[in-house]
Design a protein around this ligand. Sequence first.
Ligand code: ZJS
Length: 273
Amino acid sequence: MTESKGKIRHAGPLTLRGNAIPATTTDQRLLESRGPTDWVHADPWRVLRIQSEFVEGFGLLSELGRAVCVFGSARVKPDTEHYETGVRIGELLAGAGYAVITGGGPGIMEAANRGAQQAGGHSIGLGIELPFEQKLNDFLDMGITFRYFFVRKTMFVKYAQAFIVLPGGFGTLDELFEAITLVQTGKVTRFPVVLVGTSFWSGIRDWINETLLAEGMISPGDPDLMYLTDDPEEAVKIIQEADIQREMQEERQVEATAHDVEEASEESESRRR
Ligand SMILES: CC(C)=CCNc1ncnc2c1ncn2[C@@H]1O[C@H](COP(=O)(O)O)[C@@H](O)[C@H]1O
C-alpha cells in the first residue's frame, strides 16, 4: 500500500491514514530476518516487555504466603548499627512465619535477606536493572531482576502484608511514600507501615505533623498511618497484631454473609409456605 493521503490501513485495533501508514506491515517487519532492528526499542514493543515482567513476577510470587517487605538504604555496610538492625528484623520476620521481600540489592536489603535466611525463612529479592553493574545479593532463595521500577513496585505491594522501613535515601523515601499513599487513598487496606529508627525518622515525622498537617495538606488521621519504633521486636509485633485484626475482620465478614444467606433463605421458605 502506498502512503498517499486518501489511503487507510487497519492494523489490529489501529486505523492509520496518510503519512501515518508505515511502508511495511507488522508481519513483514516480524518475518524480516535482517534489516533495521531499532523497532525493538519502540514503545509498543516495550509494552510486551512490561507485560512479560508482570507475568514473571506474578508467576514467581503467587504462592508466597504471608510476606513483609523490608526497605532501606543500599549503601550501609555490614557491621554497622543499621545493618545489624536489618539482620535482626529479617530473623524476627522469618521466625514469625513471614517471607522477607527486599529490593535484592546491598545494604539494608542484604541485611534483611541475610537475617531471613539465617533464621531458616524464605528470602526474596526483587532487584532492579540499573545503569551501573549491580548484582542480586547472596542471601536470596528467590530473586528476579526487573527492568521497570513500576512493575517491581507493584510486586512489593501485591505480595506483602506490611512494610518495614529502615533508614535510607531517595529510593527508600519513594517506597515509603508510595506505601502510605496507597493506604491513605484506600487502594490497599489494613497495611501497616513501620519505620524503624526514631532518631533518623523523627525529623520527617515532625515535618509531617508541623507542616503538612498544620497547612491542611493531609488529614488529621494520616500521620497515624506510620508507626515509629526503635525496637525490631515491636515492629514485627505491630505487623502480627494487624494480621490478627485482619483475620478477625475477615471471619466477621464471612459470618455476616452466612447470616444474611440464612435469613434470605428462611424468608423465601416462609413465603413459599
Ligand atoms: C550501592 C548502590 C547505590 C546500589 C544500588 N542498588 C540497588 N539495588 C536494588 N534496589 C535498590 C538499589 N538502590 C536503590 N534501590 C531501591 O531503593 C531503596 C534504597 O534506596 P536508597 O539507598 O534509600 O536511595 C531500596 O529499598 C531498593 O528497593
